[in-house]
Design a binder for this molecule. Structure first.
Ligand SMILES: [Zn+2]
Length: 375
């Protein structure tokens, strides 16, 4: 049986996973999300963006010899670049495999070249700490423009509805014991465009250094981003100070006024981030929970009420919407980007984002506003 796979010319990140007997998309082409989401045939995708991507029909026998399995250790091993060896900071967020719907047919191997291949995001840059913006090799290797992963399909706009908010702040915390990563992606509610992002790795407050090293190795080592975590992580208290400056710069909040965000709302995938984790981390870090975290939009509840489908997580939503994932699942900034892509898709489909949960005080009981919700 032959399968369809997309192949990017980008270095090693192309292939078909023979272990899983499935074609895998290892590198995303940002210009083609909408077409890929909408249709999955060779001719349509190829016509949609001639010459700008590589798409190949590959038979398993032909591909098994030359292409890598996305789960092979060589792909998952942290990438050490010459910059690293010289002591320069280089960030990497590895592309993770995601399955594409398959189509059967005869498959002669075809390969085109990609002019703008997918690149991992520079995680120093997302935190405002990239010192290599003049280095063309570094710029060539890592993406410094998050909007590349969040393109808007302007042709799919006929169902778009007016929104109550001007901006959505998609937040997806990482860290079970203490928060380790605080990524936010800002989307324009009307145009669905990427506006800005805020990203910090968070240094735990009470954990021992030995424990932190093990924890970070286990969580981020597999993405090859443990080095950048150690280089950049700051305490939660400082993260919130930086975040308040950021929402202040965007005129979404004023420290003197306090209260909720101005014309913006947090969007999370579930209630855990703001119902449980932020108050818990504030207690551990001995800080007062900020007032802007008192209400949020749980995307799962909006998804349930809009599509009438119970999606238990981001991966289910993306599978149901036939959207390939971008980057590494459980790397917070990539998850936030993927949730933002789900938001863009839902807005295009005509969903209206509304607050689904709120509390009166930072530790008060949470009131859920949707009758039909994911528990
Ligand atoms: Zn950089």
């Amino acid at each position: 049986m032959r399968k369809w796979v997309r192949v990017e010319s980008y270095s090693r990140y192309k292939g078909i996973c023979m272990k899983q007997k499935k074609p895998y998309l290892l590198a995303e082409h940002p210009l083609l999300h909408s077409e890929v989401e909408a249709r999955h045939t060779w001719s349509q995708v190829a016509t949609a963006s001639p010459g700008s991507m590589a798409l190949a029909r590959v038979s398993p026998t032909a591909s098994s010899r030359s292409l890598l399995c996305p789960f092979s250790p060589s792909v998952l091993r942290p990438r050490i670049s010459p910059h690293h060896q010289r002591g320069f900071p280089v960030a990497a967020s590895l592309s993770q495999a995601s399955p594409l719907p398959s189509a059967d047919g005869d498959g002669a191997v075809m390969e085109a070249t990609s002019r703008r291949p997918w690149r991992p995001t520079c995680l120093y840059f997302t935190q405002g700490k990239c010192t290599m913006l003049n280095d063309t090799m570094h710029l060539d290797k890592f993406n410094h423009n998050l909007s590349m992963d969040l393109p808007v399909n302007y042709s799919a706009a006929d169902k778009v509805k007016p929104q109550k908010f001007d901006y959505f702040l998609i937040l997806d915390l990482e860290g079970k014991v203490e928060i380790l990563e605080f990524p936010v992606v800002m989307i324009d509610a009307q145009t669905r465009e990427f506006v800005d992002s805020f990203h910090r790795f968070v240094h735990p407050s009470v954990m021992s250094e030995q424990r932190i090293r093990e924890y970070i190795e286990g969580k981020y080592g597999k993405f090859g981003v443990d080095r950048v975590w150690h280089d950049t992580a700051i305490p939660f208290k400082e993260v919130l100070q930086d975040f308040e400056d950021w929402i202040g710069d965007h005129k979404l909040w004023k420290k003197e006024q306090g209260g909720a965000l101005n014309s913006a709302a947090f969007v999370t995938c579930g209630n855990w981030d703001l119902k449980t984790k932020v108050p818990e981390q504030c207690r551990v870090s001995k800080i007062k929970p900020p007032p802007y975290f008192l209400e949020w939009i749980n995307l799962k509840d909006v998804y349930l009420n809009f599509y009438n489908s119970r999606a238990t997580g981001m991966m289910t939503m993306m599978r149901e919407l036939q959207m390939p994932i971008v980057g590494s699942h459980h790397l917070g900034i990539d998850d936030a980007k993927n949730i933002a892509r789900v938001v863009q898709h839902m807005l295009a489909d005509g969903a209206v984002m509304q607050i689904t949960a709120k509390r009166q005080t930072p530790i008060g009981e949470v009131k859920f506003l949707f009758k039909n919700r994911i528990r």
